[in-house]
Design a binder for this molecule. Structure first.
Ligand code: ADP
Length: 164
């Protein structure tokens, strides 16, 4: 049986933290579906879903056993649709724990067949999030160590457009 997992998130934009988790997962599991969630509580995205999808694809072109999809509705429905029963989430710092713990238990309540597994990135990336990177970049700070160069270009382009 193929071990297929779903790695959901906003990825606005994808960072080396996400990439670290995806690389680790790609060595353990047969296939990873990266799911860009359409409708969660976050509203002010910098990139559209389609832009986020192509940014992810471009930065992961060297990994073969992955696919990027946009989904809306319940994550557990999406996981089932993909014929998977494993959700991967990244854990950075203790403050992630409470939210992730609640989500994992709610998802288990919604579908007991689905298990959430947590992975930790390299410690170089435990303090970064897409929002922190957007904030620092928008203020002119360097985020070169946290996003691939092709993302950096698009990030700066977008921030410039928005400041006009
Ligand atoms: P969400 O809005 O669902 O939290 P994100 O794109 O912010 O979406 O994150 C998706 C997943 O990736 C989450 O499990 C999050 O904890 C994890 N993640 C985000 N940044 C990092 C990082 N720097 N290192 C490891 N995991 C991360």
């Amino acid at each position: 049986m193929m071990n297929k997992v779903v790695y959901p998130g906003s990825f606005d934009p994808i960072t080396y933290g996400h990439i670290d988790i995806i690389k680790r997962a790609s060595k353990i599991f047969d296939y990873i579906v990266i799911g860009i969630a359409k409708d969660n509580n976050k509203t002010n995205f910098l990139f559209s879903e389609t832009e986020r999808k192509s940014l992810i694809k471009n930065s992961l072109s060297s990994i073969e056993n992955i696919e990027v999809k946009i989904f809306d509705g319940l994550l557990t429905d999406f996981v089932k649709q993909e014929n998977s029963n494993i959700i991967i989430r990244g854990l950075r710092v203790l403050s992630d724990f409470e939210y992730e713990f609640r989500m994992a238990l709610m998802n288990r309540k919604l579908d007991d067949e689905i298990t959430t597994m947590f992975m930790m990135p390299n410690e170089k990336y435990t303090h970064i999030s897409s929002s922190l990177i957007k904030e620092v970049a928008s203020l002119g700070g360097s985020v070169d160590d946290y996003v691939p160069s092709e993302i950096l270009v698009e990030l700066n382009k977008k921030l410039n457009e928005n400041s006009k």
